[in-house]
Every structure is written in C-alpha cells, then in structure tokens.
Design a binder for this molecule. Structure first.
Ligand code: ADP
Length: 574
C-alpha cells in the first residue's frame, strides 16, 4: 500500500513539474504553427489564382491557334484530312441541325442519270436471276457513265455479280478498285463504298479506328451496326453523344464573322468552331485527356510554373506533428521509467525488511545453543571429560558461526552505506586462503564432510585485503555445506593460471538452475533450489563485491542435482 502511495505521489509530481509545462509549450507551439500555416495558405491561394488565370489564358490562345489550322484549312465534311491531337470529334451544323455526326440514317435515294439502265440491270439480276447478263449490263453502265456516283454504284454491282458467279479474283479486283477510287462515296443506302469493300475483302486492320475517328459520315445506328460486325462496343463519349449534346445545348454566336474562330463550353466538352457558307457551323470538341496530359504541362512549363501543386504549406504541420509525437513519447517513457524505479525501490524496501527478519532469526539459533550448553556446563559438575569437550566444541562452533554471521551483516551494511574500504596490501595470497580453508576444514570434517584440497605451492605476489578475501572464501564454503543436500563432499583447489590465481570451491549438492546463475549474485536474491535452508541472500553479493574490489571476478558452473563449482579469479594486475 505504501508503495502504491509513493508511486502515485511520484507520478503526480512528475506530471506537475514536467509533463504539464511541456504540454502547455506544445499547445502554444501548435497555435503559432497553425497561424503561420494559415498565412502561407492564403498567400499560396492568391498565387495559385493568378497562375491559373495565366494558364487559362495561354491554353485558350493555343487552342484557338490549333483551331485556326484545322478548321480553316479543310472542308467541313468527312473524311477530315487534318486530325491534330486536340480534336476529339469534328461536328458540322447546317440550318441549326447537326448534320455531322448524324444521328439518323438518310432515306435511300436513286442515283441520278442512270435510273432506267440501272433498273433494267437490276431486273435481270434480281427478278430474272440472269447474273451473267446483269453483269454485262452493269459493266456497260460503268464504262459509259461519267458520273462518279453512277460509276461507283455500277462497280459495286459488278463486284456482287462476280461474287455470285464464283469469280473470286475478278470480284476482289472490283472491290479494290471501288475502295481506292470511290471509297468516300456512299451507296443509295448511305453506306460508304470503302467500308463495304473492306468488309467484303475482309480487310479489317485499322477499320475500328476509321469508324471511331470520323472517317465516314455514318449514322448512330450504322455506327453501332458496323462496330457489332467487328465485335466491338461503341466507346463511351463517342461522337453521337456529342451530337446529342450539341443539339440540346449548343447555341453558336450570331452572326458568325468569316475567318474567325469561336469557342464554347458545354458541361462535358470544350468546343472550337467557325462559320461557313449559309449558316453552316464547323467545329470540333477538344480532347480533354490530351489537353490535361500534354498541352497543360507544356503550357505550365512555358510559363515557368511548377507542374504539381506543392504540398509545401503542410510540411510545417507534419514536422510539428512529428515533434509533438516525439515529446509525448519522451513523456510516456518518463512515466514508464518512473513506475519502474518506484516499483524497484518498493521491492528493495520489502527485501530489506525481510532481510532484517531473517538475519535476526539466524542470530537467535547460535545464541540459544551457546547459552544452553554454557548453562549445562555450569549446572552439572560430573560430566565425563569426553562429553564436556563435546559441549565446549559446540559452543566454539556456534560462536564461530555467530561471528561469521555478524561479520557478514556488518560488511553488507557498510557496503550499503558506501563506507566500505578495502586495504589492499602485498602479501601471500596462498597462505591466507590456506589458513582460512584449514580452519574451516575442521568444522567441515566434524560435520561429516569429506574435504579434498589441493593448494598451489607458489603464487605470484598479489595485492589484496586478507580479511575480505577470507570472508569470500568462507561464504563459498558455507554455501557448499548449506546446499549439499545428501552429499558430504567438498573440494577446494587453488591453482595458478598464467599470472592469475584461481580458487575453486566445488560441491556435489543441489546445483543451480540455468536461469538463476546470474541472479544469485544480486543482493537479497535467493534461488528456489535452497529449500527451507536458512540464509538471506547477501553471501554471494558480498563475494562479488569483494572480487570486483580486487579487479577480479567470480564465476559459477553448475548442474542441477549434480553440484556447483564457484571460481574466484584474481588477475595478475590486482
Ligand atoms: P544465502 O545462501 O544466504 O541464501 P547467498 O547470496 O550466499 O545467500 O546465495 C544466494 C543463493 O544462491 C542461495 O539462496 C542459493 O539458492 C544459491 N546458491 C549459492 N551457493 C550455492 C551452492 N553451492 N549450491 C547451490 N545453490 C547455491
């Protein structure tokens, strides 16, 4: 509960002293950025309007220029020779009615000047089935006539008769002549001869383009029919849609001055047009795709304007957003670190309290034993000599343990207060370790342990604190005993390794799980392998502290259930 209160207070102070001012600054910054942003936008807006006006004027000028070329330099009827990319579809209006693109198919008409001869030939061909005679009659008509429409009509019938007489070669020749010489004329049913010829000859390449690009004056119905024969669909926004829109909405200026180009804007189309004989109007709808993709960029380039609207004005906002996010992230990180620190501190306090409890408990046991045996000796006078010595032994052993315990606690509290001072002096490390092990060996053997020692004869000179080193050794031996389980074996080896001295304390006890081997050196840490064994988690912490003070290190190798080996390494530089 106390921990939670501390945490709340710490977060509160943090929010008050750091987070709140930071957020206020962020807010003020945001406002200023927004003001700037607005000013920039207004400026950019007026620039854009100016630029757009310039662009529009230039586009108009270029449009008119192109319209002059293609509207004044060619006849107002298909096929249109000039098809610059600005033209999507041409249109022609006469007497107020759209005549190109025409929506309705004109009624069939008879060719002038050949009426009787043509009727006779047709009677032979169709009524009487005399194809050969008919062919001769058509041929004669073709040769005799000087009128192009009559010649074309006669030639188309010649081709048809040859087709029916299975004279494929002659028929193909006739169709080809028809296409080349009379291609832009129309038969009495208003079908272009070239189109009929190409379909007969099966010359379909480029036919779709010719159909969709105003090559012939077809009606909407014919257009659909021929596209159907090519298995194609009428493209969206085709010229007949334009024709309908023209009929509904287009009102040209009146009167139209000769040689002048006018422009007009429909909901979906921009038009350029001119006047002509009578009240003819000849014009085209602009290809908007080409205008946007080619002409507009060229015009902008010509005017030295950037191609795209620059997202410049929003950059400040992005940068500011980034900074805000970063500040918020740092504030959040601060809170997280705070929570972690307070949690650690709280845990440390709990461990410290536990430590005091455990240490007091540990002290009580030897004191009780010492008092018990001392009183027994004082009361009873006639104990046999051997038993008496046993009692003295227990008193001595427990005092020793008490001494060690007090020593541990004192060292630890000195470290905690930062008052530890090691006095490193040149000396015989082997001798000091040997003595400590020797004293402890007696205690171990009394407790039934087999102790194996091997001590190096000579070691180089080291600078060390003899009290601290023997405490480290005792702590390791103490642990070896405590965590031996059923085993009664301890080995102590001191050897020379190059310039370093290495002390190993090995047991065949419970061992340490892999995940715990680093943690056991932290203060108050106790691995779960120890069971209910007395202890308070400062022994190895002291060992590591001592070794670090000697510029050395402590290592552990262990296998759960097989034992552990702790190693103190004193480097030559110490
Ligand atoms: P304490 O022994 O008082 O608990 P230490 O700091 O000496 O504290 O040891 C920390 C923990 O390391 C012990 O609780 C125990 O789990 C483990 N440990 C230390 N030495 C050994 C050993 N020789 N064998 C197995 N575990 C050990």
């Amino acid at each position: 509960m106390d921990g939670r209160k501390r945490l709340t207070r710490a977060i509160f102070i943090y929010l008050f002293a750091i987070a709140a001012p930071a957020l206020v600054l962020l807010y003020l910054g945001l406002q200023s950025v927004q003001r700037q942003h607005k000013a920039i936008r207004t400026l950019a807006e007026s620039n854009r309007v100016l630029a757009n006006e310039k662009v529009a004027a230039e586009l108009e000028r270029r449009g008119v220029e192109l319209a002059y070329q293609c509207l004044l330099e060619q006849q107002p009827s298909p096929p249109f020779r000039l098809r610059p990319p600005i033209v999507r579809h041409y249109f022609v209006i006469e007497n107020g009615a759209v005549v190109f693109p025409r929506l309705l198919t004109p009624l069939p008409h008879e060719p002038d000047g050949a009426t009787q001869a043509f009727r006779d030939a047709e009677t032979l061909e169709i009524r009487e089935g005399k194809i050969r005679e008919a062919l001769t009659a058509y041929q004669a008509m073709y040769d005799a006539s000087t009128s192009k429409p009559v010649k074309a009509l006669a030639l188309s019938r010649v081709a048809r008769c040859q087709e029916r007489l299975q004279d494929r070669h002659a028929a193909a020749m006739a169709w080809r002549t028809l296409e080349n010489a009379y291609g832009d004329l129309y038969d009495p049913l208003h079908r272009p001869y070239a189109l009929t010829a190409r379909l007969e000859l099966n010359h379909l390449d480029g036919l779709y383009e010719d159909l969709t690009q105003d090559r012939w004056d077809l009606s909407a119905e014919q257009f659909d029919y021929y596209l159907g024969r090519l298995n194609r669909k009428p493209p969206p926004g085709n010229r007949f849609d334009l024709a309908r829109e023209l009929g509904e909405r287009f009102r040209p200026a009146a009167p139209l001055r000769e040689g002048e180009i006018y422009s007009y804007t429909l909901p979906h189309d921009k038009l350029y047009y001119r006047g002509g004989r009578g009240d003819l109007v000849f014009g085209f709808a602009v290809d908007d795709h080409w205008l946007q993709q080619s002409l507009l960029p060229a015009v902008r380039r010509g005017l030295g304007l950037p191609q795209m609207e620059e997202p410049d004005s929003t950059r400040g906002l992005w940068v500011y957003g980034g900074v805000t996010a970063a500040v918020l992230a740092v504030l959040l990180l601060g809170i997280l670190m705070l929570v972690r620190d307070v949690a650690r501190e709280t845990q440390m306090n709990r461990l410290r309290a536990e430590f005091v409890g455990a240490a007091s408990h540990e002290l009580k046991t030897p004191i009780t034993l010492i008092r018990l045996y001392a009183e027994t000796l004082l009361d009873g006078k006639d104990f046999p000599e051997e038993e008496r010595r046993g009692f003295y032994g227990i008193i001595a052993r427990e005092s020793e343990r008490l001494g060690q315990l007090v020593q541990k606690v004192l060292s630890f509290s000195r470290i905690e207060r930062g008052e530890t001072e090691y006095s490193l002096q040149e000396g015989d490390l082997g001798a000091v370790i040997g003595q400590t092990v020797e004293v402890y060996r007696r205690y171990l053997e009394r407790a039934g342990f087999a102790v194996e020692t091997s001590m190096a004869e000579t070691l180089p000179g080291f600078r060390f604190d003899s009290g601290a080193v023997s405490q480290a050794v005792v702590n390791l031996l103490d642990n070896a005993v405590k965590y031996s389980g059923e085993s009664r074996f301890v080995a102590v080896r001191l050897r020379r390794d190059g310039g370093a001295a290495v002390l190993e304390v090995e047991d065949r006890g419970v061992g340490i799980p892999a995940g715990q081997r680093e943690k056991i050196f932290e203060r108050f840490y106790r691995a779960p392998n120890g069971g209910a064994k007395g202890g308070y988690g400062i022994g190895l912490f002291l060992v590591r502290h001592i070794m670090e003070a000697h510029s050395g290190r402590v290592e552990v190798e262990s296998e759960p259930g097989r034992g552990s080996c702790f190693r103190l390494v004193f480097p030559v530089t110490a």
